[in-house]
Design a protein around this ligand. Structure first.
Ligand code: MTE
Ligand code: CO
Length: 422
């Protein structure tokens, strides 16, 4: 261990030498001596009594001290919880995988509770042979494991007219990133045999909303999956148990949950979710339609309004997530002064196409106010735009596809707030 650990070293002096010494020393330097700290000098209660045995928790849940890590909804967005949304607590998570219990939920007709033994998947329309699969029939197919983000097209939709919701859970939490186990949809469509005029599919949900969306056949045959597991275990009822469609990189609305039928056709169906909803009304009165791909986007998750800096000035870690519906994220830039200077963030963790990426930026905070932003670059060369650029392109009528750069103002106390810089 280096001399930096001596309690006599002044904090500022320590930080200077620690910067020169590199990362490991920096982390250790955040600590202090044992003197006067009963939490380390005295045995705690849990150190002196026997704990629960192995039968106490047959299906594990988080520590009681993690009860604040939960999905939350926004009251004024929730006219009726049956057709509403809650948000992933992004500021409480790290790495790239969203734990199943906190994946945001968006239902249009509540959660269908389906008995898998009674569940069927039907393929009909422009196929050589209409087919009905039981869950067991599906288990005969070769399956794949792939990590993808699902982002609702309405994520950040409340921020079009200005900074509004105070927390990345609410501004950016309509996203989750999960490892799916499922069957490439291509295998199932090939079994049914596509007719030559098969150009579109219409997946349909078995929930009360009977959700449907038109998807072009090229996408269906490319990377869509019929998934039955998430992060190794069965899909949660909230996420479409026992079967959901995975439509990598495309807006969440197309990822039909409780999947019961796929109709094959020669043109799109122009149903509600692709006409009155999930279209973007532009300034000139025209509406953008079929804007399926999710553009590259990023957000700093810590610090953020729900996650202030609690440790005071000095060595500080900024972290966040970035993703793109068109590929991977080779680079994220971070600024602490509202965009005057940009620094390349450190990417850490696996980099998969159409999946979340984790970034970090470590710096010495002098205790003065910060204007934090992150800017994602995706593997196609696309760079995340500012909110004002987006407004110039698309006006103010939009709800969907807001991938503008987010700003957090952090004051001297480390408290963060949702703001915009012009
Ligand atoms: N599928 C069905 N059957 N019913 C629904 O209400 N909601 C859609 C999509 N698939 C929905 C559905 C929307 S708008 C989104 S954003 C995603 O599911 C949300 O998926 P999640 O609940 O796993 O987060
Ligand atoms: Co949605």
């Amino acid at each position: 261990m280096s001399k930096d650990h001596k309690a006599t070293t002044s904090r500022r002096g320590f930080l200077k030498s620690a910067v020169a010494a590199g990362g490991a020393t920096l982390a250790a330097g955040a600590a202090r001596g044992a003197e006067g700290d009963p939490a380390i000098l005295e045995l705690q209660e849990w150190n002196q009594v026997l704990g629960d045995g192995v039968d106490a928790r047959p299906y594990g849940t988080p520590s009681q001290y993690e009860a604040h890590v939960k999905r939350r909804s926004v009251e004024w967005l929730t006219a009726d919880p049956i057709s509403s949304v809650n948000f992933t607590p992004l500021h409480e998570l790290d790495g790239i995988i969203t734990p199943n219990g906190v994946c945001f939920e968006r239902h249009h007709g509540g959660i269908a509770e389906i008995d898998p033994a009674q569940h069927r998947l039907m393929i009909n329309g422009l196929v050589e042979q209409e087919l009905v699969f039981t869950m067991q029939d599906l288990m005969r197919y070769p399956r794949d494991n792939r990590v993808y983000f699902l982002e609702c097209a309405a994520n950040s939709g409340m921020e079009w007219r200005g900074a509004q919701l105070n927390g990345c859970q609410f501004t950016h939490g309509m996203i989750h990133n999960v490892m799916y186990t499922g069957i490439p949809l291509r295998y199932i469509l090939e079994t049914a045999g596509l007719k030559t005029n098969a150009k579109w599919i219409l997946p349909e949900g078995a929930d009360a909303s009977g959700m449907t969306r038109s998807i072009p056949i090229e996408k269906a045959l490319d990377d869509c999956m019929v998934a039955f597991k998430m992060n190794g275990e069965a899909l949660r009822p909230e996420q479409g148990y026992p079967l959901r469609l995975v439509v990598p990189g495309w807006e969440g609305n197309m990822w039909i949950k409780w999947l019961r039928r796929i109709e094959v056709g020669d043109e799109p169906w122009h149903h509600r979710e692709e006409t009155s909803k999930y279209t973007d009304l532009l300034e000139n009165g025209q509406a953008r339609r079929f804007t399926w791909e999710m553009d590259a986007k990023s957000v700093i998750t810590n610090p953020s309004p729900q996650a202030p800096i609690l440790h005071g000035p000095g060595r500080t870690t900024i972290t966040g997530v970035a993703w793109s519906g068109r590929g991977s994220i080779p680079r994220v830039d971070v600024t602490i002064d509202g965009g005057k200077n940009w620094h390349a963030a450190r990417m850490s963790g696996p980099s998969f196409d159409k999946s979340m990426h984790r970034f970090y930026y470590e710096f010495d905070w002098d205790g003065s106010p910060l204007l934090l932003q992150s800017r994602a670059h995706d593997s196609t060369g696309y760079v995340q735009p500012t909110k004002n650029q987006l407004r110039e392109w698309r006006g103010l009528n939009s709800i969907y596809h807001n991938n503008g750069i987010q700003t957090w103002y952090v004051n001297e106390q480390g408290i963060a707030e949702n703001v915009e810089v012009s």
